[in-house]
Design a protein around this ligand. Structure first.
Ligand SMILES: Cc1cc2nc3c(=O)[nH]c(=O)nc-3n(C[C@H](O)[C@H](O)[C@H](O)COP(=O)(O)O)c2cc1C
Ligand SMILES: [Mn+2]
Length: 489
């Protein structure tokens, strides 16, 4: 089922006991961050902050939307206890059928329209998330919509936005990201880039915004695919762009290619304040539209596991599977998984059906590195398909028992550093020499030349005859039930 807006999703979280509503006053300055960090650390509920210091009860803040796989499953309309493998499969199946958005004449986001001197970003309670952050970040779940000035390509992605003053924020634009492609073109045209930012949307829109789709993909069509229903959009007030009609808050403005302002630091998804303070582009806000009693929404970044890692582990797994298996047809690849702790995109585990030809490991890894989604995978671990790739314990077992390190590990030095945020890559001597980080392939498969019978059988529960297994399961289950009930009195 598709949620019409964030509010309908929040109602669903209320029914499923997945949300904590805090009615006492909470300070957006660090207290919202600490509570959010704590719920991330224990896989706890989403949080609705109903009263924020300095704000009336009409202004709320919401965090932890999809910070667990349970709420990710609910966001896709699946049962809360859906296994992560099934969540990835659902994402992978749905994105094969893009659904374009539908333009409607108006929507709740137009309930309040603020222009010119009415524009004030401090109108909404916005957290300073982490103690060393350089300011309040309004766009941690802001879905930033831009258009290629030469083609029809509309892109949507999440790019952080630190509030500078009532009418402007930073915008962390990285050249390798799609907003970076658009921005470069505007720079060449010597024109400011129009941008609209939707905050507080149905979670499918956030999931699509965080997806590392290929060039020319419109993430709004992917939001439609994930929710299996077109997303309703309305025209912006001041720009030739459309935005989700039921967003809580929309910021309309432009990014001048020649304007820079000091931005950061920010506790980043890598787990460090690695990006530091730098001169970065500025988003000048010309108009704000918002719903009555708007719910500002965002997420905290930092050391795993934060919400970003949960989101990326699913999207990256599904998109890499699509890229390697469906689009590139790399032989023998059967499944791919990323893990939140890696953090999210820096280690990937790939399962293959055999090891079909010499150098297969390098073929698989180099194909992955050529994709947008896989470019950040610094550690590529390849295993036989009997390994459960979503279970890192099994992956470690494969590494320790099937990999001969001097033969099966390949290190490729001076490789493109996708994130630019890994602390090792910030070594001044590397930067001076324009040398990048490194990529590693760890092939944990039995050697290709092992014949049938040379691979030793695995000794585990599954090899017992079925009848004996069934009886063993029921005996243990009964004992556990009795233990949970306590001693009979
Ligand atoms: C909370 C959060 C903050 C993010 N901040 C940035 C950012 O500042 N810059 C960036 O390039 N990517 C950032 N990302 C990652 C991008 O949203 C993600 O890579 C997405 O694929 C970008 O869209 P694109 O592929 O269309 O460029 C952030 C993601 C999250 C969840
Ligand atoms: Mn994109």
């Amino acid at each position: 089922m598709a949620f019409n807006d964030l509010r309908q999703f929040i109602d669903k979280l209320r029914v499923t006991n997945e949300i904590l509503e805090i009615n006492e006053e909470v300070d957006p300055d660090l207290e919202v961050g600490a509570i959010t960090r704590r719920t991330f650390d224990i896989g706890g509920p989403a949080i609705m902050f109903n009263k924020l210091k300095g704000y009336g009860s009409d202004y709320k803040f919401f965090s932890g939307m999809v910070s667990t796989y349970r709420r990710y499953a609910i966001a896709l309309g699946l049962p809360a206890d859906t296994d992560v493998k099934e969540i990835i499969k659902t994402y992978y199946e749905r994105i094969k059928k893009p659904i374009p958005p539908k333009i409607v004449s108006s929507g709740p986001v137009k309930e309040n329209i603020l222009k010119d001197e009415e524009v004030d970003l401090y109108k909404f309670p916005t957290p300073k998330w982490n103690p060393r952050d350089g300011g309040k970040f309004i766009g941690t779940f802001g879905c930033v919509i831009t258009k290629d000035p030469e083609t029809d390509w509309t892109n949507m992605g999440v790019y952080r936005m630190m509030i500078h003053d009532p009418t402007s924020t930073g915008m962390f634009i990285v050249p390798a990201q799609h907003i970076g492609y658009h921005f470069k073109k505007y720079k060449m045209l010597n024109k400011p880039m129009p941008a609209a930012v939707a905050i507080g949307v149905d979670p499918s829109v956030v999931l699509a915004s965080c997806g590392r789709y290929t060039f020319n993909v419109n993430e709004l069509e992917m939001a439609g695919a994930l929710r299996e229903k077109p997303l309703e959009m309305v025209k912006c007030e001041t720009l030739d762009l459309e935005v989700p009609a039921s967003a809580e808050i929309v910021l309309e403005g432009e990014i001048d290619p020649h304007k820079l302002r000091t931005e950061g630091p920010f506790g980043e998804y890598i787990g460090y304040y690695a990006g530091g303070i730098q001169e970065r582009p500025v988003f000048d806000v010309k108009c704000i539209t918002h719903r009555d009693s708007p719910i500002n929404t965002g997420t905290l970044e930092g050391k795993p596991i934060v919400e970003d890692h949960i989101i990326m582990s699913v999207g990256n797994s599904a998109l890499s599977r699509k890229a390697l298996i469906d689009d590139l047809g790399i032989p023998a690849v059967v499944d791919i998984a990323y893990h939140p702790w890696s953090p999210s995109n820096h280690l990937v585990v790939i399962a293959t059906d055999g090891n079909p030809y010499p150098g297969h490991d390098k073929h698989v890894a180099s194909a992955l590195w050529g994709t947008k989604v896989g470019a950040g995978a610094d550690w590529v671990v390849i295993v036989n398909k009997d390994i459960d790739i979503t279970n890192l314990n099994e992956v470690i077992w494969a590494m320790c028992t099937r990999c001969k390190p001097d033969r099966d590990i390949t290190v490729i030095p001076n490789f493109y550093d996708f994130a630019g945020l890994i602390p090792q890559g910030r070594d001044p001597s590397l930067i001076k020499q324009r040398r990048g980080l490194a990529k590693v392939i760890i092939d944990c498969r039995f050697p290709a030349w092992f014949k049938e019978g040379e691979v030793p059988p695995v000794s585990d529960f599954l090899e017992f005859p079925e009848e004996i297994r069934k009886a063993a399961i029921s005996k243990i289950d009964l004992a556990l039930k009795q233990r949970n009930r306590g001693p009979d009195t």
